[in-house]
Design a protein around this ligand. Structure first.
Ligand SMILES: *[C@@H]1O[C@H](CO)[C@@H](O)[C@H](O)[C@H]1NC(C)=O
Ligand SMILES: *[C@@H]1O[C@H](CO)[C@@H](O)[C@H](O)[C@H]1NC(C)=O
Length: 294
């Protein structure tokens, strides 16, 4: 692979490539004291970024969910408007299999890419969408359409995390877990190493205190559903065979860790207000009114 390869496939190894190059060129000292001085200013790693909002009409729990009105605007529009505020995204696109969603998104000015109905989940839809986009991108952010209050800063945070961690192919975010959610299997917990790489995700409480109760002093972390991928990795991700821990916990992201890939995790302040069921709409509307968001 060429040193300055900008091709997306395998680009996560390019930092290693230039270190080796430096030694070969006889500037081993430069490597020791910072190769940058000798090799010129670094090109920003994984600089081209696209945000994809996967949206499907048929949801078992909530038909037509992306189009539900939230204080007078379709939910998908609210998510898109938030994503457009992220400064690290070069482009934001909705990926859908549904004509009504496409028409709606066109009407408020979003770019839309049609994907097949066979996509089993958002990751697969992002993977298909990236292969259909004309331009090349290094990073894909998977922005879930059911989080209309997603902060643009969180999107920027996971993008920067992936740009700054060349050995990772995936980045995501966590926030503090509320103690009352400790044993709720729908709240996914996460533990990370000293450098902020994911060790494990679980529906059970991790780490587990031997008292059998949640420890009010421990900073447990709740996983948020936003993630970004190296484009080369996203292309192979759906094809990786399901793995034992992934299947047992029913957590897609475990497949990444079980295959030995690294995942960078950032910690953010965020109250999750996902819309999963019709009754969540009213809750989020009253919250927005309270906080003067409209
Ligand atoms: C378990 O939780 C308690 C508080 O509930 C805490 O004092 C203790 O340090 C924790 N760890 C162990 C190993 O007991
Ligand atoms: C989503 O797609 C991925 C990638 O193909 C797959 O491994 C995973 O099992 C799917 N997850 C769900 C919840 O269907």
């Amino acid at each position: 692979m060429s040193v300055c390869s900008s091709s997306s496939s395998g680009s996560w190894s390019s930092t290693k490539a230039w270190i080796v190059h430096g030694i070969v060129a006889g500037v081993a000292i430069a490597v020791a004291i910072g190769a940058r001085v000798y090799l010129g200013p670094p090109k920003k790693f994984r600089s081209r970024v696209v945000g994809i909002i996967p949206a499907r009409f048929d949801s078992s729990r909530f038909q037509g969910k992306p189009l539900v009105q939230i204080l007078g605007k379709p939910m998908i529009q609210r998510t898109w408007e938030r994503a457009k505020l992220a400064t690290t995204l070069d482009h934001v696109v909705v990926a859908t299999d549904d004509e009504k969603i496409r028409e709606c998104c066109r009407s408020f000015g979003a770019d839309v890419i049609m994907t097949s109905e066979s996509c089993r989940n958002g990751t697969e839809r992002c993977s298909e969408a990236i292969q259909k986009l004309e331009k090349k991108y290094d990073i894909v952010v998977n922005i879930q359409g059911d989080e209309p209050l997603i902060e643009p800063e969180i999107i920027d945070g996971i993008v920067k995390a992936l740009q700054e961690a060349p050995d990772a192919v995936f980045s995501t975010a966590v926030t503090s877990l509320k103690l009352e959610d400790a044993f709720d299997p729908n709240r996914v917990k996460c533990v990370v190493d000293n450098s902020g790489y994911a060790i494990y995700f679980s529906r059970g409480l991790i780490p587990f205190n031997k008292s059998g109760k949640a420890n009010p002093q421990f900073p447990y972390m709740l996983h948020l559903g936003i993630q970004s991928y190296d484009t080369g990795f996203l292309k192979i991700y759906p094809q990786l065979e399901p793995t034992p821990l992934q299947l047992e916990e029913d957590l897609e992201q475990l497949k990444v860790l079980e295959n030995g890939y690294k995942m960078k995790v950032i910690k953010v302040d965020h109250e999750a207000h996902g819309v999963d069921a019709p009754e969540d709409v009213e809750k989020i509307e009253s919250l927005m009114l309270q906080r003067n968001l409209s």
